[in-house]
Design a protein around this ligand. Structure first.
Ligand SMILES: C[S@@+](CC[C@H](N)C(=O)[O-])C[C@H]1O[C@@H](n2cnc3c(N)ncnc32)[C@H](O)[C@@H]1O
Ligand code: SF4
Length: 378
């Protein structure tokens, strides 16, 4: 893929960009095979990939420069700013939004935060787009509440330019650190969640809840997990680290009992809203730590699906899963190294099926879906 910013040495985030996608996929498959080399794998499924560019549904822009001439993009290690509004990973629909946001920052008097001087108000702009109808969520990450009413007063101009903005908020992040978001969220729109839809399953995106950033590949990931679960005798399952419920909501049937567990209360609110829309009676979502939830349960589900952050599920949850021994485990991972380490603690399972999903093209990262079957099962 061609990226002028990469060629000019202005952004090097996509380290594999010069390699054709087929070579990238081959290298990722080689990496995955090597990480799983110590375990026999019954079936390797063909890797799944999506478009090479325009695939991201989310932009996280550092705001720098001046109020009259803001830059949206990133800061290099030495602190120099880089405008990345022309990054080809964003869909074409993002460009008019960036173009309107620049004059808006001046109209609203939102001085970009200057990291070196610790002055200014506007730190980041976070933009998310729904595939369902092109609706968007825009969040202004501010240092304090001091510009809140000024921002509110200026918003009608922006909303007139960009009617696709369905959810607009300010997130207050008072701390001078690399953490992107604070805890306080101020809503400027009545609508607080962005409606999304994958494979006919309604999903909701709220501020402060994780949502997959490559919707074309993520929807195939959820559909594949659904197909795998439907082939198994599963009446009762858990979806741990469930986020807004993408896996569980795809897998659930009216007869099945499903519990989804996730640490973020905002994500759980989204999952509950989807479950209510689907009218499924036996779906339960709770905001809890996954390990604490699992270790506190008496009954054993037929299948446990886990989709942890990069650190993996960890020894305590692996040990507990080994002890209670559900017949099936589906592990979806964005870090095959920690997944392989977790597998070493799940020695009572054989690796039945593995499939790679190229969620992060042009980088070494990838998602992998794995089906584990309790060793004594046929
Ligand atoms: C890779 S995301 C997956 C989310 C979801 N399965 C999806 O498909 O969008 C990992 C999720 O784990 C959640 N998480 C992190 N630590 C957790 C914990 N200790 N217990 C439960 N959930 C946790 C995060 O908030 C995040 O939503
Ligand atoms: S992140 Fe965007 S701007 Fe940076 S190298 Fe990749 S495609 Fe180019």
């Amino acid at each position: 893929m061609q990226c002028a910013l990469y060629d000019a040495g202005r952004c090097r985030s996509c380290q594999w960009i010069a390699q054709p996608i087929a070579d990238q996929l081959q290298a990722k498959m080689d990496d995955l095979r090597q990480l799983l080399a110590s375990r026999p794998v019954t079936e390797w499924c063909a890797p799944v990939s999506g478009p090479e560019q325009g695939f991201r549904n989310k932009a996280k822009m550092v705001v720098s420069g001046s109020v009259e001439k803001p830059l949206l993009g990133m800061l290099h290690r030495d602190g120099t700013p880089e405008d990345l509004t022309a990054c080809p990973l964003y869909p074409a629909s993002f460009y008019p939004v960036f173009a309107a946001l620049k004059p808006f920052i001046a109209r609203a008097g939102l001085t970009p935060y200057n990291v070196a001087r610790k002055r200014g108000e506007l730190k980041y702009l976070l933009l998310t787009e729904s595939q369902r109808d092109g609706g968007m969520m825009l969040r202004f990450v501010l240092r304090s509440e001091s510009k809140r009413e000024q921002l509110r007063a200026a918003l009608p101009w922006l909303q007139a330019q960009l009617p696709q903005l369905k959810v607009i908020t300010a997130n207050i992040q008072p701390v001078h650190m690399a953490i992107m978001e604070g805890e306080q969220e101020i809503f400027f729109t009545e609508q607080q969640a962005l409606a999304e839809m994958f494979n006919g399953v309604p999903l909701w995106i709220r501020p402060q809840s994780f949502f997959q950033t490559n919707p074309m590949v993520a929807s195939q990931l959820y559909a594949t997990a659904r197909d795998w679960v439907r082939q198994l005798p599963v009446q009762h399952m858990w979806d741990l680290f469930c986020g807004v419920g993408g896996f569980g909501l795809h897998c659930a049937t009216p007869e099945m009992t499903l519990t989804g567990i996730e640490i973020s209360a905002e994500a759980i609110a989204c999952a509950k809203q989807s479950a209510a829309e689907l009218g499924l009676q036996h779906l339960h979502f709770q905001a809890l730590d996954s390990t604490r939830f699992a270790t506190g349960q008496g009954d054993i589900p037929d299948l446990v699906l886990v989709n942890p952050p990069r650190r993996g599920i960890g020894n305590a949850l692996c040990d507990y899963l080994s002890d209670m021994a559900p017949r099936f485990i589906i592990y979806s991972s964005c870090n095959a190294q920690t997944m392989a380490a977790d597998f070493r603690h799940l020695s009572g399972y054989r690796v039945e099926r593995v499939q790679l999903f190229d969620m992060f093209p042009h980088t070494a990262h990838y998602e992998v879906l794995t089906l584990l079957v309790r060793a004594e099962e046929k």
